[in-house]
Design a protein around this ligand. Structure first.
Ligand SMILES: Cc1cc2nc3c(=O)[nH]c(=O)nc-3n(C[C@H](O)[C@H](O)[C@H](O)COP(=O)(O)OP(=O)(O)OC[C@H]3O[C@@H](n4cnc5c(N)ncnc54)[C@H](O)[C@@H]3O)c2cc1C
Length: 390
């Protein structure tokens, strides 16, 4: 089959590689005019996200991620209030994206192509781009992310729901950190949970993908509540005056908000964690949304990854869900006699995965951000796509 994929991030790239592996002819169309650098920051790396790289491309998992062996909670005075042995892997968005991009035939990865519409002809679909070009394929895979125009077309008016909080994020090179700070955070994901908020810190590859101790970075993700309306809009009004709705990239957050965030960190967070937050040169913001949709398929078009279901980040499963959708789609196309049956099977299985993730991450977020009922050691908190640790 000829497959057109819209969106060239981790979901779109994984779909392209897995479908190519199944023998399909694939083209990826990404609206960004240049490769997606600077979308950095850490990701909890679940097996689904790295499956193509490790199982097909033969990449050594230690080259693209850092293993940690415990989950640690620090109290306000930086003493350890809870610690349990648990193995996780962490990587960075740039590292995974860069490796996937290195696997794809670059002639089939088209930058600077923004899809503006598509027309379904029954057994084919024609996609039109902003530059006036078009592509006709047997199947359109829409991997166009959180603000997906494809989802809006399939489900008009069904917009992501603001969760009530955002994630402040940032990274610092280990080399720029005090040794005592690093020792407190070593070999672990480290949490601090306090009034209507929580923060987590973990090691990730350095800006060039370095995984050796000393060359890596420390990454923080700090969930903070902002009221919908003026409070949130004020935060999302960047230093350039532009109001964004999904994220404020590094370098765009207004100085007064960065100053407030650092002052709050110094006053309220355990010392080692505050050191990371205050040292991050260009902290940035991602708004946390939920979205459940009634269907993922329309004719010969299907949604994949964040374009379909949007779960909160608390299971570290966003890229895993996108990659899992890609594998499920390829498997359905391989095993079903017709494309329509394959798309029905894909939809039936991945709707369950998406809904389960949304329910669980909404519950976890509520415990921290509104109910203050988060209990360190609660098994529900273990990262995983299909359930804790799964
Ligand atoms: C605070 C936070 C923490 C997170 N932590 C983790 C974690 O630890 N682990 C994890 O796995 N995930 C994590 N995630 C989630 C993860 O970042 C996303 O789930 C993942 O990036 C989704 O991938 P995607 O390919 O579906 O969409 P995206 O990465 O959003 O990509 C969509 C792409 O489509 C392109 N596009 C959009 N519209 C068009 C168009 N019309 N035409 C052409 N191209 C278009 C965009 O430019 C973009 O490149 C986190 C998310 C947040 C907010």
């Amino acid at each position: 089959m000829r497959v057109c994929i819209v969106g060239g991030s981790i979901g779109g790239l994984t779909a392209a590689l897995v479908l190519e592996e199944s023998g399909h002819t694939v083209d990826v169309f990404e609206r960004s005019p240049q490769v997606l650098a600077q979308r950095g920051a850490g990701i909890g790396l679940l097996p689904e996200t790295s499956r193509y790289l490790t199982d097909v491309a033969g990449v050594d998992i230690d080259e693209i991620s850092i293993a940690t062996s415990s989950i640690r909670y620090l109290a306000r005075d930086a003493s350890v209030e809870h610690e349990v042995g648990h193995a996780y892997r962490f990587s960075s968005w740039n590292t995974v994206y860069g490796r996937l991009l290195g696997c794809i035939n670059r002639e089939s990865y088209h930058l600077g192509h923004e899809m503006v519409s598509w027309e379904d002809q029954g057994d084919s679909v024609t996609v039109s781009f902003a530059d006036g070009t078009s592509c006709t394929a047997d199947l359109l895979v829409c991997a166009d992310g959180v603000a997906s125009s494809s989802r809006e077309r399939m489900h008009p008016g069904l917009a992501p729901r603001y969760s009530g909080y955002v994630a402040w994020r940032g990274m610092v090179r280990e080399a720029d950190l005090d040794r005592q700070v690093l020792a407190r955070l070593d070999d672990a994901i480290t949490y601090h949970v306090y009034a209507n908020s929580h923060i987590l810190v973990y090691p990730i590859p350095g800006p060039g993908g370095e995984t050796a101790p000393g060359d890596r970075s420390m990454n923080f993700v700090w969930y903070r509540n902002y009221l919908e309306g003026g409070d949130l809009t004020d935060l999302l009004t960047g230093r350039d005056g532009i109001v964004r709705d999904v994220s404020l990239p590094p370098g765009t957050v207004a100085d007064r908000h960065v100053s407030e965030m650092r002052a709050h960190a110094a006053a309220r967070l355990p010392g080692p964690i505050a050191s990371i937050v205050c040292a991050a040169a260009e902290p940035f913001v991602q708004v946390v949304y939920d979205l459940d949709i009634p269907s993922m398929v329309s004719g010969r078009a299907c949604l994949l990854g964040d374009a379909a279901f949007l779960g909160r980040p608390h299971a570290a499963a966003g890229t895993a869900k996108a990659a899992d959708d890609a594998w499920a789609l390829a498997s359905a196309l391989d095993s079903c006699p017709t494309v329509d049956e394959a798309l029905s099977g894909y939809e039936a299985s991945q709707i369950l995965v998406g809904r389960g993730l949304i329910e669980r991450t909404e519950r976890i977020g509520r415990r921290s951000q509104t109910e203050n009922s988060w209990v360190p050691g609660d098994p529900d908190l273990i990262f995983g796509l299909r359930g804790p640790g799964q």
